[in-house]
Design a protein around this ligand. Sequence first.
Ligand SMILES: CC(C)(COP(=O)(O)OP(=O)(O)OC[C@H]1O[C@@H](n2cnc3c(N)ncnc32)[C@H](O)[C@@H]1OP(=O)(O)O)[C@@H](O)C(=O)NCCC(=O)NCCS
Length: 178
Amino acid sequence: MTSSAPVFLVKDGALSWPEVAPMRERIYPPEKLINTPMHGIEWAHAQRRVLLYVDDILCAVAGIHEREVLCNGQKLRVTGIGGVMTKPELQGQGYGKQVMLHLMTFLRNEARCAFGLLFCEDHNVGFYSKLGWLLFEGDMVVEQHGKTGPFSFRNVMVLPLNESARISGDIDLCGLPW
Ligand SMILES: CC(C)(COP(=O)(O)OP(=O)(O)OC[C@H]1O[C@@H](n2cnc3c(N)ncnc32)[C@H](O)[C@@H]1OP(=O)(O)O)[C@@H](O)C(=O)NCCC(=O)NCCS
């Protein structure tokens, strides 16, 4: 049996959470997170999501955040990408790439933000590099538990959208990471 073409939908973050939560729970089981650097980190909730379905089955997802941040002290609107996931049994079949490519085109057409910004672990840098994302080598501060401070446990990657992306200097995310 051949599967149908993928269908992409952009949905509200809170409304789409119930259909994304089971995938997130499988990929990041809470009992395993306790022993990782991710334990206790406060994350922002996605405002919107791009969801990829095949035959009405959710295969991959990526969250969208929009925020006014400070780049070298200057206010700039950026798009944050977080919660990028492919259903475990479907990983390595191109769904993650397709959802990201769709999202990147969507954001460029929307033309609301200067550049994209995401956080990722070392083993995923290659995945995003292949899609044109660049490593940010400057300093990043975020809010955690009501305080602002450096956030260095993950790589920061940036993508030009409507302006060139900043790859150095300092960025204050003016809120929680995503
Ligand atoms: C990371 C993730 C979203 C990738 O999705 P996927 O559907 O498995 O990836 P794809 O099959 O679309 O791969 C696209 C390309 O990236 C490559 N790739 C995939 N994962 C990679 C990785 N971790 N490192 C380097 N390259 C990678 C593939 O080989 C493929 O290359 P090609 O285009 O040359 O063939 C998926 O593995 C996942 O859900 N992981 C667990 C959650 C997670 O870590 N999310 C990211 C949070 S930052």
